[in-house]
Design a protein around this ligand. Structure first.
Ligand code: COA
Length: 203
């Protein structure tokens, strides 16, 4: 999670922040995705190994190896215990990992971020936009967040169109740091709970 995010920082009370941490600790599924398990490491590594999946995502481990993917899963176990992060996978028939979602939360600001990817065989058919909309709704409803903050690489047109299409507000540009210390520019978007309710229905 980049240190410059979220752009908008409205501190919430201690009680609200703790309620968000509790909701993170209790989460076991998000839509048709379930919590990642250590046994998913090989399947997740296979999904992430395709550059069409990993290249646009700055939050993935680098170098990408089976061991670093295991560490990535383990880090999310710890983040769930603390109430600040969740890793979900979407499993296809036959057990192939067809997608993953990485939820990161700033409880003190009532804010969160969703990252993730779909298997390339599913790209460009509308399931990314539908799944993201359902996941954003879940983050407001189930985690009780007030704000979502999203990023995309400057050349990641699909994610930019997805976020613009869901009426996220563009908030400028930040530098994002990958796990190996390299940096890349990211466009940033935000959406408040009220804006989401106005656009997409009650939360
Ligand atoms: C980003 C991602 C989840 C989007 O899912 P998707 O199912 O491919 O996207 P959708 O079919 O729902 O399309 C979303 C929008 O992007 C557009 N789009 C999709 N693929 C595109 C492409 N290759 N080039 C340009 N635009 C594209 C669609 O036309 C749509 O925009 P529109 O509603 O204005 O027409 C998916 O492409 C992916 O996993 N990419 C790799 C990882 C990644 O970039 N993750 C996000 C950053 S954390």
């Amino acid at each position: 999670m980049a240190g410059e995010l979220p752009i908008t920082r409205n501190p919430v009370g201690a009680e609200k922040a703790e309620a968000i941490r509790c909701a993170v600790r209790l989460a076991t599924a998000m839509g048709d995705s379930r919590l990642a398990r250590m046994e998913d490491a090989a399947g997740l590594f296979a999904l992430l190994s395709d550059p069409a999946v990993h290249a646009p995502i700055y939050t993935l481990p680098r170098p990408l190896t089976l061991g670093s993917v295991e560490d990535f899963i383990d880090t999310h176990f710890l983040e769930r215990e603390v109430g600040i992060g969740l890793l979900f996978v979407r499993e296809g028939e036959g057990g192939q990992i067809l997608g993953y979602s990485d939820v990161q939360v700033w409880p003190e600001y009532g804010a969160g971020e969703l990252g993730g990817a779909l298997h390339p065989s599913l790209h460009g058919q509308g399931s990314g936009a539908r799944g993201a909309a359902a996941s954003f709704g879940w983050m407001f409803e189930t985690l009780g967040l007030n704000l979502l903050c999203e990023t995309a690489a400057l050349d990641n047109v699909a994610t930019q169109r997805l976020l613009d299409g869901l009426s996220f507000r563009r908030m400028g540009e930040v530098m994002s740091t990958r796990s190996d210390g390299t940096r890349r520019a990211s466009l940033v978007w935000e959406m408040t709970r009220e804006e989401w309710a106005g656009r997409h229905g009650r939360v």
